[in-house]
Design a binder for this molecule. Structure first.
Ligand code: PHE
Length: 474
């Protein structure tokens, strides 16, 4: 049987895994959620969760993936009787996330083009319109939305076609260091603007009130953010683990991924919020409008050089988004490639990359046509009554929100919870230990892993799930 080609080096693997973790979630989700949920106090909750849930689930997923050397679907089928079907859930989540990730990635490309237009004073620049006007016009222009979304999806597809080492590893090994350099350039510019300190205060000043008033809410927000940000609770880390060779140290790599992802989230806060507070004090600080309205206003207000910073910034965000979306597509593609290889037909990677991208493209087009609800219809939970939107119990603003709720809000914490139960009670945590120890040496964190995977992580997961469901449906 043909050999499955995995990552060539530890550095390449780390860049790919960190690339998957670092994405839109870090750049707009984290700084804003941290700021509105208690600042430094939120960071503490997040860090505790990252250690007792994020790290544990990361080690578990990498280990079971590497043990079987198969896709997420086949991994669960091989290891478990009770959770055989869990791999399907772990493959459906990436599919849903991909739909809105590509739409948003497309917006980032559009904004690179917009800022190039500004640089040359071309007609495709902002032409004196405000960030809000530009964004609204773009959201209402369904053709443009779809075209940019598909460009982003095609970029993702071509990289995945290149394979794990030839496409994903190569792209991330260059892209991630480049992203770090650009981030530092933007941080320096942002933090040296007059008035920048307000943004830092928003993010970092500890405020324990939210924790006292609504602890479950803060826990759910931090938990959902952490899962999304670390690409956990779905097939990504199982799939990347399956391409990892036995010499690599799983526990060390898992720790590095968690640390880097958190660092980049904090750095993104330093890049984004001081500038937003300094130059667009009334601007919205969360969600897509932070990225595409508030920050575009910031770049416009810097004069000629603003376009250069705009290009660097949106390029950086696009890189972060591509390195995440390739991991999402890879989960689906790996499954079909493995199947084809088993049948002795070669992996047929190219054709499966096209089919998987086309299938994800259907949902992506829906999200693009919807334009964050500006021009969309039939969003679950939203009805038009006498010309105004009204919301039913299942609150959703747009298709993006709906897919996000299903994946990040429910499927990811649920997937992680069930995986912990499988490891903790069905196959036993020693299966993970044995796999980790294949690289030589003892698994020093085994005692901690065992207690967490059996008791602490599942309990916290249940609390996160309850908090999320309360948030969405009640
Ligand atoms: N971790 C990515 C982010 O923070 C999103 C993602 C989720 C990527 C799940 C892959 C899998 O934006």
């Amino acid at each position: 049987m043909e050999e499955r080609k995995g990552f060539k080096s530890t550095f390449g693997f780390l860049m790919a895994a960190v690339g998957s973790a670092v994405g839109l979630g870090n750049i707009w989700g984290f700084p804003n959620k941290m700021g509105s949920n208690g600042g430094f106090a939120f960071l503490l909750v997040y860090l505790v969760l990252a250690v007792v849930c994020g790290y544990i689930v990361m080690v578990g997923e990498l280990a079971i993936g590497r043990k079987t050397g198969k896709s997420a679907i086949a991994t669960y089928q091989t290891l478990s009787k009770k959770f055989k079907w869990l791999g399907w859930l772990a493959t459906l989540s990436p599919f849903l996330i991909l739909s809105f990730y590509c739409a948003l990635g497309g917006y980032c490309i559009k904004y690179i083009v917009l800022n190039v237009g500004n640089l040359f004073g071309a007609a495709f620049g902002t032409n004196g319109l405000s960030g809000g006007e530009i964004f609204e016009a773009f959201m209402l222009n369904q053709t443009e939305g779809v075209v940019f979304g598909i460009i982003f999806l095609l970029i993702t597809m071509f990289i995945v076609m290149g394979g794990v080492s030839g496409g994903i590893e190569k792209f991330c090994s260059v892209g991630m260091p480049a992203l770090a350099v650009m981030l530092v350039v933007i941080i320096i510019r942002s933090c040296t603007l007059p008035g920048a300190v307000e943004g830092l205060k928003f993010m970092f000043v500890p405020n324990f009130a939210p924790l006292k008033e609504n602890f479950l809410g803060v826990l759910a927000t931090a938990g959902g953010q952490m899962f999304f940000s670390l690409s956990l609770g779905m097939g990504v880390m199982i799939t990347y683990g399956s391409y990892l060779d036995k010499q690599k140290d799983i526990t060390k790599n898992a720790l590095v991924i968690v640390i880097f992802d958190t660092l980049v989230a904090l750095m993104a806060g330093l890049a984004v919020l001081p500038a937003a507070f300094a130059l667009d004090p009334g601007g919205k600080i969360g969600g897509p409008s932070l990225l595409f309205v508030t920050l575009q206003n910031v770049f416009d207000s810097m004069g000629g050089i603003g376009a250069v910073f705009g290009i660097i910034f949106y390029l950086l965000v696009t890189l972060a988004a591509v390195s995440s979306s390739i991991s999402l597509l890879e989960v689906i593609v790996t499954h079909f490639c493995d199947k084809a290889t088993e049948k002795g037909k070669g992996d047929k990677r190219k054709i499966y990359s096209v089919i998987a991208a086309a299938a994800a493209g259907v949902l992506c087009v829906l999200v693009c046509l919807d334009g964050l609800g500006y021009s969309g219809y039939w969003v679950p939970g939203r009805v038009l009554v006498d010309g105004a939107w009204q919301y039913t119990a299942m609150y959703n603003d747009c298709w993006l929100d709906f897919f996000d709720m299903l994946s990040e809000g429910i499927m990811m914490p649920l997937g992680a919870l069930l995986m912990c139960l499988m490891i903790g009670y069905e196959i036993g945590p020693d299966v993970v230990r044995d796999e980790v120890e294949k690289s030589g040496g003892k698994m020093k964190t085994y005692g901690f892993f065992k207690i967490c995977v059996r008791f602490i992580t599942p309990l916290l997961m249940v609390m996160v799930l309850i908090g999320q469901i309360k948030d969405f449906f009640l």
